[in-house]
Each structure stands twice: as structure tokens, then as C-alpha cells.
Ligand binder design. Structure first.
Ligand SMILES: Cc1cc2nc3c(=O)[nH]c(=O)nc-3n(C[C@H](O)[C@H](O)[C@H](O)COP(=O)(O)OP(=O)(O)OC[C@H]3O[C@@H](n4cnc5c(N)ncnc54)[C@H](O)[C@@H]3O)c2cc1C
Length: 337
């Protein structure tokens, strides 16, 4: 990490090639002058250094706690050109928001950032040990997982290229930018119907693409028809696009239709399997179960951000990260008094 080439790699991986040069504070890689490889008991290890993990680290740093943030540089919104609906940051590039977050967090001298992938976690006598892909290990009294989720892409050519640009997961993040345009929803049955009701707020030129036989009830179909929302059952082959901006939706029968935006919330998996391996309970929907203090079902382990909730916004990731950092540090402060 200290070598110029590995630092360059990190900058490239994080998509920060431009903004990183503006950072006044270099990434710090030593702990109080000790080499990172030396195991030193930290207060908290934060796994995931995007919006939620950085917010947690800021709260911990402000409480004078010794913190390591481990981040593999793959936030879920990496492909999105502009992030919206976060007060003071509306319309900024996601990487700019993260870079500013890193800059501010690294001003707290007890917080260190490590570029790497955590692959294993285990309970120790004193707390927890986290092992990175490189074999490095870190030990701390507490863990905070701010590791996000991974969206599964459908088997539609061009979809992944459009993800976050014109294939949209949330109207509050990107609906305003594609308002009143030719818009589709990829969905079927109750799910597709509910989304159609919602998205009709942003455009009157709306089609529900069920990508196979419709499972809508007669009543739902009639309601959509009454609102002039089309239903297309033909299977989708691909999305024609220019740099992620879709232009046509193409079907397996050779037909096609113009399209500007496609709402397509995706099924997901946890980005990081370590919380489950440590025994953290998941909800029925696949989120890490947390209480109001962001504590998981395992004592000493916290979680925040997208991995805990369907309220998927940068603002919420920051809010829950802050809560996790405050709860975790408060626990240590009171225990150590
Ligand atoms: C396409 C898209 C567009 C979006 N647009 C908007 C928008 O406009 N406005 C808005 O408010 N929200 C938007 N969101 C939602 C927003 O991006 C998320 O709510 C937010 O990124 C969640 O932050 P997080 O820190 O919880 O997770 P993420 O930002 O996903 O970050 C998780 C971090 O953890 C790291 N990580 C995971 N596992 C490990 C591991 N084992 N070891 C080390 N590091 C690990 C990852 O590399 C990543 O850096 C969008 C989401 C998507 C998918």
C-alpha cells in the first residue's frame, strides 16, 4: 500500500483517478508507527469503507477510538454518473462524495484506511480477527460491517452496461432525471403492478415489460389499461444503448421499441459473507438483522448501510453508519470506564 504502484492501483480501483490528486491527506497505512502486519488490538474494525463505513469511522474517530477501515473499493453505485436525493450532495458524482468522505475521516489520526478484501472473520479471546485476501490479519474488540449488497444482473444483453445510468433501481434517486420520457418497468405480477402504480407519477409514457407470460390478475390488467400503461409479455433479448443510455428494447421475436429508461430493481446477495459466518442472523429478505443501535445478533458486531435495510440511499447509509459508530464507541466508553 505504501509503494507508489499499489497506491496507484487503489486509486484506479476506486475510480478516483481525478479526485485523489486533490486529496490533501495521503492514505495512511501505518498504525502509530507500527507496521500494519503487526497484530495490534484495535478498538473497532470497520469492514466496508464506502458511505456507511466512513460515517461509522468518523463517529468512532471523533470518540478517539483506534479504528481500521478495510475497503475493497466496489460500492454498488460505481457505475452511476450522478447521485441524487442527498441534501448538500445532490447531483454529485458518487466517487466525489466518497472521496470527500475519506478526506474528512482521515483527518482523525486514530482512523486508518486499508485497501483490501476481508475474506475471513473469527471470534478471538479479546474480540474478533479479520483476515484479508493478502493474508494480513487485524484484531479488534468490535466489528462493524458496512459491506453493502450485490445486485444480480438479469440475462439481458446490455442491461449491466445500462445499470445505474438508464436501468434504474429507484425513482427517488434517478426518476426526476428521466421524468416524462418513454419509460419501462421490468417486472411481473404484484411486484410489477406496484411499481407501475408508483412510476406513473414520473411519466405518462409507461410500459410494463413482464419478460414472459403475465402473472397480473385481470383486475390489475384492467387498472393498468385504465391508466394507459401498456403491458408487453414478449421475452426481452437485449437493450440497445450508447454508453449505458438505452435507446431501444429488443425482443426475442425480432421486434423492438424505443425506450429511454427501464426501472428494474434487482434481487441481491450480501456483498460480504463474513457476518453470516460469524453467526449474524439475516432477515427473511436477506438483510443483516440489526436493532435500533445497529447491533447484530452477535455481541460486539454491528452492521449498517445497504446490507441492513431496503431503504437504499446514500443518506440512509450515512445515517445508519453514524448510528453504528456512535453505538459501538459508546459501548466501549462505558465498558472501559
Ligand atoms: C446503480 C445505483 C445507483 C444509485 N443511485 C443513488 C442515488 O442517486 N442516490 C442515493 O441516495 N442512493 C443511490 N443508490 C444507493 C446507494 O448507492 C447505496 O444506498 C449506498 O451506496 C450504500 O452505501 P453502503 O456504504 O452501505 O454500501 P456500498 O456503497 O455498496 O459500499 C460497500 C463497500 O463495502 C466494500 N466491501 C464489501 N465487502 C467487503 C469485504 N469483504 N472486504 C472489504 N470491503 C468490502 C465494497 O467494496 C464497498 O466499497 C444507488 C444504488 C445503485 C445500485
Amino acid at each position: 500500500m505504501n509503494s507508489p504502484s499499489s497506491r496507484r492501483q487503489f486509486i484506479k480501483k476506486s475510480g478516483l483517478a481525478l479526485t485523489a490528486f486533490a486529496l490533501p491527506i495521503p492514505f495512511q497505512t501505518t498504525l502509530n508507527g507500527t507496521d500494519m502486519n503487526t497484530t495490534k488490538l484495535m478498538d473497532t474494525i470497520v469492514i466496508g469503507g464506502s458511505y456507511s463505513g466512513l460515517a461509522a469511522a468518523m463517529a468512532l474517530g471523533r470518540a478517539l477510538k483506534q479504528v481500521i477501515v478495510i475497503d475493497s473499493g466496489k460500492p454498488c453505485n460505481a457505475q452511476t454518473s450522478f447521485s441524487h436525493n442527498f441534501l448538500t450532495q445532490d447531483g454529485k458524482k458518487p466517487s466525489e462524495i466518497a472521496a470527500l468522505g475519506r478526506q474528512q475521516v482521515l483527518q482523525y489520526p486514530t482512523v486508518k484506511l486499508v485497501n483490501g478484501l476481508a475474506i475471513q472473520g473469527k471470534k478471538t479471546k479479546k474480540g474478533f480477527e479479520i483476515t484479508l485476501e493478502t493474508g494480513e490479519t487485524f484484531e479488534a474488540l468490535q466489528l462493524i460491517f458496512a459491506t453493502g449488497i450485490k445486485d444480480n444482473m438479469p440475462n439481458i444483453e446490455g442491461f449491466a452496461d445500462c445499470w445505474g445510468i438508464s436501468a434504474i433501481h429507484c425513482p427517488y434517486c434517478h426518476g426526476y432525471e428521466v421524468r416524462h420520457t418513454k419509460t419501462g418497468i421490468l417486472g411481473n405480477g404484484e411486484f410489477g403492478f406496484e411499481w407501475a402504480k408508483m412510476i406513473a407519477n414520473w411519466t405518462s409514457d409507461l410500459t410494463l415489460y413482464t419478460n414472459g407470460k403475465s402473472t397480473l390478475t385481470d383486475e390489475q390488467q384492467a387498472k393498468l389499461k385504465a391508466h394507459h400503461i401498456g403491458i408487453v409479455e414478449t421475452e426481452i433479448l437485449k437493450l440497445n444503448h450508447v454508453k449505458g443510455h438505452m435507446e431501444q428494447i429488443v425482443f426475442t421475436d425480432g421486434t423492438q421499441a424505443p425506450l429511454t429508461a427501464l426501472y428494474a430493481p434487482r434481487p441481491f446477495v450480501q456483498h460480504c459473507p463474513i457476518p453470516e459466518s460469524l453467526g449474524c442472523e439475516l432477515t427473511e429478505d436477506g438483510y443483516i438483522k440489526v436493532n435500533a443501535a445497529q447491533e447484530t445478533s452477535v455481541v460486539g458486531v454491528y452492521a449498517s448501510g445497504d446490507n441492513t435495510t431496503r431503504m437504499r440511499t446514500v443518506a440512509n447509509a450515512v445515517a445508519t453508519g453514524t448510528a453504528a459508530g456512535m453505538s459501538a464507541s459508546k459501548k466501549l466508553i462505558l465498558e472501559q470506564f
